[in-house]
Design a protein around this ligand. Structure first.
Ligand SMILES: Cc1cc2nc3c(=O)[nH]c(=O)nc-3n(C[C@H](O)[C@H](O)[C@H](O)COP(=O)(O)OP(=O)(O)OC[C@H]3O[C@@H](n4cnc5c(N)ncnc54)[C@H](O)[C@@H]3O)c2cc1C
Length: 388
């Protein structure tokens, strides 16, 4: 067993790191909770420049504008984007919609949808969750009725992240209401400016804003259907696996830890430095142990994906463990910094750019890619072989 990256992968990491170090000036860094329009458009431009080097979709096949490398390289890119605090640009196109089109799309769909994603020009959001369908997603109610050479969409989607800048929504809708619930669902890509689509903002605790997205007699051509009609559930689940490694999420937290460590080594305190205090030292050491474990779990998932394996239980373990470590770090860091930890990034006396205040809010997000309970169910069933 070799816990190491290849020479080429290490070189790729160094190149991406050098590029981002050069390109990211501090005013565009998104410390937790400091999202802005200006930073978003800076990131979009940065993504275009990553794309020019074929790095943005480095794990896609070359024929679709990718770099022809594996999921490990794609994860190295995610790691660097997170560590350098590039504001989140939707990854739905790169991670879900694109791979679904590569696998199930027609030649026309590939020609139309893939190049703009690979060039960093198209933003996607994901329309899966509904007001009455979250964990039990297959009970979704949104209808897509065939009408001549069109489908007519009616219903609504909840928690549509990245909706504000999205050109397309990648969604699931029911095409056969009489079929067993997993079998009557289809997958679509719909332009967000299609008449009949409207949104209601849903601001999150971490400062990001998602939406409820309404579809009122939205007419789309049949060519929006991805893959086979009524097979959308199975198509979508295949590509959901791409969400799993979670390196970007880890790296954002790791960066904050590294900043707190540097601060502890240099900030004057009682005639020495802050990090000489036994309490601070032990707290940092305990957090470090957790972060190392989290990183190893994320890389294991990425490695499995790079080999074409489907990391179900492993991904849930990494997600759950990471969520707990992030929360633990936020609590320990708050105790280390005391009242200074509560200062927000706008405050120029806040240690490490006020990152701990934002991290504390971010760590309350425990249910992005499935709730904690659902991940435990996956581990019990698929990891431990327990009955449903
Ligand atoms: C930050 C964030 C971003 C998101 N982005 C998107 C997005 O872009 N697109 C999108 O489609 N969705 C998105 N979601 C939605 C997310 O996928 C859902 O919140 C999630 O699937 C849970 O669904 P729900 O909120 O309807 O909760 P429910 O499914 O209603 O669950 C409510 C509670 O019951 C528990 N529960 C439910 N079923 C079980 C069970 N079988 N066993 C044990 N406990 C159970 C849950 O764990 C939870 O605590 C996002 C959510 C968040 C928080």
């Amino acid at each position: 067993m070799r816990f190491t990256f290849s020479q080429e992968q290490q070189q790729f990491r160094q190149e991406v790191c050098a590029f981002l170090r050069e390109e990211m000036s501090p005013e565009y860094e998104t410390v937790f909770g400091t999202f802005s329009e200006e930073k978003y458009w800076f990131s979009r431009d940065l993504f275009r420049r990553l794309a020019e080097r074929r790095w943005l979709t480095v794990g896609w096949p070359e024929e679709y504008g990718g770099g022809g490398k594996t999921f490990l390289e794609q994860s190295i890119l995610d790691e660097q984007i997170g560590y350098h605090r590039v504001q989140r640009v939707g990854i739905t196109g790169i991670n879900f919609a694109g791979p679904a089109i590569i696998k199930f799309g027609t030649p026309e769909q590939k020609a139309r949808y893939l190049p703009p994603i690979a060039r960093g020009e198209a933003e996607y959001c994901q329309g899966f969750t509904e007001p009455d369908a979250g964990s039990d997603l297959a009970s979704l109610q949104m209808r897509a009725e065939a009408d001549g050479d069109q489908y007519v969409l009616n219903g609504s989607k909840m928690f549509t992240s990245y909706y504000a800048h999205a050109d397309f929504i990648y969604l699931l809708a029911r095409t056969d209401p009489d079929a067993p619930k997993h079998r009557g669902i289809s997958l679509f890509i719909v332009e967000m400016d299609t008449p009949g689509i409207s949104t209601r903002p849903l601001p999150y605790i971490n400062g990001e804003v998602a939406a409820q997205t309404f579809f009122d007699n939205v007419r789309v051509p049949r060519t929006c259907l991805v893959g086979q009609e009524n097979q959308g559930w199975y198509h979508a689940m295949t590509t959901l696996d791409y969400e799993r490694a979670g390196l970007e999420r880890y790296a954002r937290v790791r960066r904050t830890f590294d900043d707190l460590l540097s601060f502890s080594k240099s900030a004057p305190y009682r005639g020495g430095v802050f990090g000489k205090d036994p309490l601070v030292r032990h707290k940092l050491a305990k957090v470090k142990v957790g972060l190392e474990g989290w990183a190893a779990l994320c890389w294991k998932v990425a490695w499995m994906q790079s080999r074409g394996e489907v990391p179900n239980a492993e991904a849930s373990i990494a997600f759950l463990y990471g969520t707990k470590q992030r929360l633990y770090f936020a609590q320990e860091a708050m105790e280390i910094l005391g009242k200074f930890g509560t200062l927000t990034p706008e405050c120029d006396t806040a240690p490490i750019q006020g990152a701990i205040e934002g991290l504390s809010r971010e760590s309350m997000h425990m249910h992005g890619a499935g709730t904690m309970e659902i991940h435990r169910n996956i581990i019990a069933q698929r990891g431990l072989g327990l009955p449903r």
